[in-house]
Ligand binder design. Structure first.
Ligand code: E4P
Length: 217
């Protein structure tokens, strides 16, 4: 399973890239707004200068023609851009047009198996089931990821990859990998939590103490 960073923070992306474990970035309008930046294009192009992998940038138009035009514009910002399109009638229509033009898309705000099925048939490059938001309302978000993976395997679908999104904690990442998600897109704090283990910290200080002791003896 590959790991993308789910953020619009340039600092977080710079830090994470140094680890050599991140192969893409997903953003959304809320994440860009959180960084107090109003120019989506500038943010996406700055991210593209840091990481050489897919960068999801979301469109906001609702009507089909406007959505397609906006998606074409967004995809022109960088060859790395993947256009994030929320599930809707116009969203699916746009994805089918965009995929025929060779523009990569990420079907976002996906909360059901039917939405994922329609997304892959329409030609989405990625589908993003939102695990945490389903968990928040008492559903099993990771079950949806597992079902989408199974459905794609049943029909040997290799043109669409499953991104486990709305990840809230390290256990989500483990489960996403176990059920076969192609990618998990994770917030920076989850990445740092994945690295830490108290026994590692205890082990490092014991090794250092033992080594110091033998040097003084
Ligand atoms: C995915 O691409 C979204 O940006 C993101 O995972 C949403 O996560 P949230 O539910 O924590 O806002």
């Amino acid at each position: 399973m590959r790991i993308f960073l789910d953020t619009a923070s340039i600092d977080e992306i710079r830090q994470a890239v140094k680890l050599g474990v991140i192969s893409g970035v997903t953003t959304n309008p809320s994440l860009v707004a959180k960084e107090k930046r109003a120019d989506m294009k500038a943010v996406i192009q700055e991210i593209a200068s840091i990481i050489d992998g897919p960068i999801s940038a979301e469109v906001l138009s609702l009507e089909t023609d406007a959505l397609i035009e906006e998606a074409r514009e967004v995809s022109s910002w960088s060859p790395n851009v993947v256009v994030k399109v929320p599930v809707s009638v116009s969203g699916l229509e746009a994805i089918s047009v965009l995929s025929r033009e060779g523009i990569r898309t990420n079907l976002t705000l996906c909360f059901s198996l039917n939405q994922a099925l329609l997304g892959t048939i329409a030609g989405a490059t990625y589908v993003s089931p939102f695990v945490g938001r389903l968990d928040d309302i008492g559903h099993d978000g990771m079950q949806l990821v597992a079902e989408i993976v199974e459905l794609f395997e049943n029909y040997n679908i290799t043109t669409t990859q499953v991104i486990a999104a709305s990840i809230r904690h390290p256990l989500h990442v483990i489960t996403a990998a176990k059920v076969g998600a192609h990618i998990a897109t994770i917030p920076y704090n989850v990445l740092t939590l994945m690295i830490k283990h108290p026994l590692t910290d205890i082990g490092i200080s014991h090794f250092a103490e033992d080594w110091q002791r033998i040097q003084k003896s």
